[in-house]
Design a protein around this ligand. Sequence first.
Ligand code: CMP
Length: 306
Amino acid sequence: MAAEPETAAMEDESDDNEDVLPPAEFRCRARGSVSAEAYGDFNPRVAYNPPFIPKTDAQTARLKACLSDSFLFESLETDDMAIVIGAMSEVQVEPTHRLILQGDNGDCLYVVEHGKFDCVVETDEGNEKVVKSCEDGDVFGELALLYNCPRAASVHAVEESVCWKLDRDTFNHVVKARAQQKRARNEAFLTKVPVLERIDAHVRSQIADALCAETFADGQVVVGQGDMGKRFYIVEDGEAVATKDGEEVLRYTIGDYFGELALLHDKPRATTVTSIGTLKTLSLGRRAFNSLLSTSHIQDLASKYE
Ligand code: CMP
């Protein structure tokens, strides 16, 4: 039986403290007022006294549920999650209220509990263009904190909404280094996956956050024919073979993907996929697959069988 984890667990990353640059689309003048804050230069929790904002049990329960829905936070370790939960504050937002202004310095990010927000950027002609709508579980305002640059878009509520705010210092000390490494590593790989070429840069970043890295030894079953599918896989390194009723039907190599059919059609796995030699995969759970890949991307994925 194939091991398909329910939630994404982050693979241990190297200890390299390399500088992480923002993707070209978001590269802009660096934020001047925080010169001491070097990229990737954090020593988590050392001498850091996080804020603690008291909450009712009901608020804590809502916040936990909200973070477990968020790709940026869902795989935090228990201690770190407790610090983040303590530091966050609830924000109730009226329709049209703007929480973030493009070009400002950012000192926090937001996670949507419920409601809807639009992220808009100013065009060269001076108009505003909606680049992303954020709904339950989505994070916005993370770019300025991850890449230490001004706000890349303005964000306002479209309807009455509730979100949770996290301050820059707690994000930096507890979440940033790992989130940044993971995003940079996965984004670099995703730009080379042909089927995701047309994807919006910010959606690609969110897919990078949601990916779960796994390594399979030679001959391990990744998905088993007839099993109910929970994840969509991209080959990061190595090779795999798909067999149907014992017969080989396809081979996969770097950048190829499998596991999409069971998610697309809510049907059992059509083939067994087995590693040939050491296989490294990056996979997306069902929720991320459905919410981050638009209908047109999903059609692109499905078209390989036409
Ligand atoms: P930040 O730049 O800190 O503040 C504005 C936020 O809008 C940004 O982080 C992202 O969270 C969000 N956003 C969503 N889509 C885009 C996009 N295409 N370009 C820039 N920002 C975006």
